[in-house]
Design a protein around this ligand. Sequence first.
Ligand code: HGY
Ligand code: MN
Ligand code: MN
Length: 419
Amino acid sequence: MTLTPLPLSTTTRLSINGDRLNRSIADLAAIGKLENGGVCRIAFTDADVQARQQVQAWMEEAGMTTRIDAAGNVIGRYAGRSENAPALATGSHIDTVPVAGAFDGCLGVLAGIEVVRTLKDNNVRLNHSIEVIVFSDEERSVIGSKAIAGEVHENPAYYVRLDGLSIEHCLAKVGGDWSQIATAKRKDLAAFVELHVEQGGVLENAQVPIGVVTGVVGQYRFAVKIKGRPNHAGTTPMNLRKDALVAGAQIVLAVNRLALETPGDQVATVGYLTVSPNATNTVPGEVDLMIDLRDLSQSHLEQLVGQLRAEISAIADATGTEIEMRQTLHILPTLAAPGIMNAIEQVCQTLNLSNMQLPSRAGHDAQEIGRITDMGMIFIPSRAGISHSHEEYTSPEECVQGTNVLLQTFLRLDRMYAH
Ligand code: HGY
Ligand code: MN
Ligand code: MN
């Protein structure tokens, strides 16, 4: 049964309640608050569980039904006017890196809820159902959006965290079930649009309020374990040492050099490193570090990974250490759907908001969902391009602008994807 879409005049006047949106952002940021003003809500910790419960309650207050899938994704659904229409979806993540701001991921989830609150306040039902999804563990395994896309690694050991927690344990803690993970795969989404802070400085430098994302970079992450020989710092001659930290330091520099000196605009980072036994007067015996490698081209990434493996093998030989390099994440680059980019640009014109196209150099759940349906992303500026830091900031006005663009984009997509 098809319904005529709502008259454009009814809906183009709609705008969100900015105070309510920004209050939700502040209230969510209070969960896991740090002394320096940042937020810590590592996936599957008690703070993450508490934040999920809060968001689920807001979804239900907004008139959505909610469910938790086998990957622990929290899925709110605001029914459309035709029950069998595929859903238009939005959302993002509320888990954070260890010292985060209030906006990375959270804005996308709360903007989605605010869009539904606004539709409900105005008694508007779109042709499509609207879904707002909180994806599980975007910052590490990306298991939530990977499960919906059907891209989960079949071996649960692939997802063992550095703190030793298994994926089965983590998912169970948030209402998921690893043994049923295949049931999370979706085929019924008409389109997906994610609102996110840019986490870079392009929009701010260009003084443009809205970014229309062209595509999201691909990523590889590796856990590297270096085994040397712990020994006395005084009595062990330099030529007899197997110093794990010397090898680790050479890897950190090799990763940085690879990104700086290879033609292209790849980025590479070692952001995590532990040393043991980590004592002033002991030659380091073991080092664990993590490598993060990104680029818009998959083939270029593969070439960089090949070069890195060769360099690390040479460092093992030169330092007499054993080095294991285990892949912990691979995400293919994903392009945005031109039709959705177009719709976002048209909305910006009607709202008189200047906009520009740009790639996303941060990873997002949208890039996984873009494997099963048309995907688009809307960016708003990050002050000084800062993110993954307590200094992350975007103004309340910019959050309102981005959320109104999301609302009007959904109204357009409801007509574009009329089935
Ligand atoms: O690492 C990223 O790009 C994302 O913030 N998880
Ligand atoms: Mn994010
Ligand atoms: Mn992030």
